[in-house]
Design a protein around this ligand. Structure first.
Ligand code: PGA
Length: 252
């Protein structure tokens, strides 16, 4: 089923990029977002150091500010970590959990990702839950099995359209300039939708499923208009306001 009734979300994941001066890009995104008001939700997930100042710039605009990761606990002896409550307090309204770079750099398991998604809900943040196969897994025809396993292990009970967004991000497409064919994206998104329906019943229709991995203004029209693609999670191309807005312009 198409996601015609769900407002699409275009979220930018800045990863470990951005100093204070990058607020100029955000200001441009906030200005450009006006043309999309009511048609698409925009979000920028800067490094945690910029959340508070970016939230101040974006306040009252159509651009939400998100974080890139959180700890599962609300507070405690976890040097260097940030809780979902802290991110909410700084002005974030969402947090990415289970990004493949966290899964590989920090050995995050599905169970750990699920705990983070639950922490996000506890703090009133939307969790953007990332799943996706590696190149080897795709070559072995394991894509759907991997996605099913990750969803089974990391999607929390009680997930709903109001508290969770799924991002399908094939690991081999992230930062490489490679993307699956539109047919392949459609197939995986339809499969994810079916899994969500099985787990969440009718609420499974209300969950947005983003595509992520080398989304650019040039390929956005082919990838983002597919059935069950409810928007994009954008890395590299979200660092430049013109590129990010060029992707979101698909929904104008
Ligand atoms: P990319 O990253 O757009 O640079 O491929 C996507 C992501 O990691 O979310």
């Amino acid at each position: 089923m198409a996601q015609a009734s769900l407002r699409p979300l275009v979220a930018g994941n800045w990863k470990m990029n951005g100093l204070k001066a990058a607020a100029a890009e955000l200001e441009q995104i906030v200005a450009g977002a006006q043309a999309l008001a009511g048609k698409a939700d925009l979000m920028i997930c800067p490094p945690a150091t910029l959340i508070a100042s970016f939230a101040a710039v974006a306040r009252g605009s159509a651009v939400a500010i998100g974080a890139q990761d959180c700890h599962a606990e609300a507070s405690g002896a976890h040097t260097g970590d940030l809780s979902a409550e802290m991110l909410a307090d700084a002005g974030a309204s969402a947090v990415i959990v289970g990004h493949s770079e966290r899964r590989s750099d920090h050995n995050e398991s599905d169970a750990a990702v699920k705990a983070k998604a639950l922490a996000a809900r506890r703090a009133g943040l939307t969790a953007i839950l990332c799943i996706g196969e590696t190149h080897a897994q795709r070559k072995n025809n394991e894509t759907l099995a991997v996605v099913a396993r990750q969803l089974a292990g990391s999607l929390p009970e009680g997930a709903a359209g109001s508290n969770i967004v799924i991002a399908y991000e094939p690991v081999w497409a992230i930062g490489t300039g490679l993307t699956p064919t539109p047919d392949d994206v459609a197939k995986v998104h339809a499969f994810i939708r079916q899994q969500l329906r099985e787990r969440l019943g009718g609420e499974g229709e209300r969950v947005r499923i983003l595509y992520g991995g080398s989304v650019k203004p040039e390929n956005a029209p082919q990838l983002l208009k597919l059935a069950d693609v409810g928007g994009a999670l954008v890395g590299g191309a979200s660092l430049k306001a013109n590129d990010f807005l060029g992707i979101a312009a698909v929904y104008r």
